[in-house]
Design a protein around this ligand. Structure first.
Ligand code: ZN
Ligand code: ZN
Length: 345
């Protein structure tokens, strides 16, 4: 089968690989019906993910159909349509029992697919702990609707969840890339008093304005003024930082009112500094990523109920044989791309 393979930093190519087989009793093999490209894939290619294994098949955002299951799989059977979770987790260790599946202590625990073990930019993928890592897609939900459930949508849901948002809050999301948009989609469900989205790219600001009337959209230059105007107590009650730059990190704590919760979802290329003398007296609560991807089933129910819709984020479609073109488009942020959808040839 065709598999988009990470060769070494700076180099990836389509290779031929054998179809995966069941290795462990709790494995399932999934035939990929759609996948996508994430900025984390670009980070691997650029060499900034040290745990990425040379030779691994890229891709950790995908949906498909169960092809076969090991004898230890209870929830699924061949033919089931499933969303694949970016995270692998055993469900039994200390961290899993607390819902902190990102820190599962299994050797494959956490982000393994498309990083340490073969991922989904291919035709078939082996998913360990399939009962945990696969979620049944309801019949009424399409692949388009379910494509982002296992990675960026579950990340947005988790970010809103740990931010403890209430209806009285003014919430600032920094960054309206794909994960920021998924965060916004989940934040709407909490009906906070004010939502402010700060985004530096004009095209992305226009997208939010068009799809989310009622949300205040600002550029970084106008962000602090907007949170001071709308936040009643000297800033945002909740800040969710999804952009991942030095400036956006600084903005996150500057825009927060005293005693606010600041949730850091973003990945940074380098360490960030908390200037504690400047922050003294703000008494902020920081919460930091990565995602505990435990709520995929909930998200699929919300999608089936019409409460979440991420299909407008699919701006471009490619067959697997043209995935290099999709990488170029996505990597260079051409043509207003938000997300690509890759389907079998
Ligand atoms: Zn991702
Ligand atoms: Zn575990």
């Amino acid at each position: 089968m065709k598999a988009l393979t990470f060769i070494r930093p700076g180099h990836f190519e389509m290779t031929e690989k054998p179809k995966p087989e069941i290795v462990e009793p709790k494995d399932a093999i999934v035939r990929i019906t759609a996948s996508s490209i994430c900025s984390s894939d670009l980070h691997i290619i650029h060499g900034s993910v040290p745990q990425a294994e040379p030779g691994v098949t890229l891709g950790h955002e995908m949906v498909g159909v169960v092809e076969s299951v090991g004898p230890g799989v209870k929830k699924l059977k061949p033919g089931d349509r499933v969303a694949v979770n970016v995270e692998t987790f055993c469900g039994e260790c200390f961290f899993c029992r607390n819902g902190w599946v990102n820190n599962c202590t299994d050797r494959h625990g956490g982000w393994a697919l498309g990083c340490r073990i073969d991922g989904g930019q291919t035709e078939f993928v082996r998913v360990p702990y399939a009962d945990n890592g696969l979620s049944l897609i309801p019949d009424s939900v399409s692949d388009d609707q379910a494509l982002f459930v296992g990675d960026i949508l579950v990340t947005g849901y988790w970010a809103v969840d740990i931010s403890e948002v209430s209806e009285n809050d003014t919430v600032l999301i920094i960054g309206a890339g794909p994960t920021g948009l998924c965060t916004l989609e989940c934040l709407k469900l909490k009906h906070p008093r004010n939502i402010i989205v700060c985004e530096k790219q004009a095209g992305r600001r226009r997208f939010v304005e068009r799809h989310y009337p009622g949300v205040t959209v600002v550029s970084p230059d106008d962000c602090l003024a907007a949170v001071m105007r709308l936040g009643e107590n000297g800033g945002a009650d909740r800040v969710i930082e999804v952009a991942g730059t030095d400036e956006s990190f600084r903005m996150a704590w500057q825009a927060a009112r005293p005693n606010a919760i600041v949730t850091i979802v973003a990945l940074y290329d380098r360490p960030q500094v908390l200037p504690l003398p400047d922050m003294y007296g703000k008494n902020l609560i920081f919460k930091t990523g990565g995602v505990d991807g435990r709520d995929c089933d909930v998200l699929l129910e919300l999608i089936a109920a019409g409460k979440i819709d991420t299909t407008p984020f699919i701006t471009h479609r490619f067959p697997l044989s043209r995935i290099n073109d999709a990488y170029t488009l996505f990597g260079q942020q051409q043509d207003g791309v938000i997300k690509t959808m890759i389907t079998p040839d």
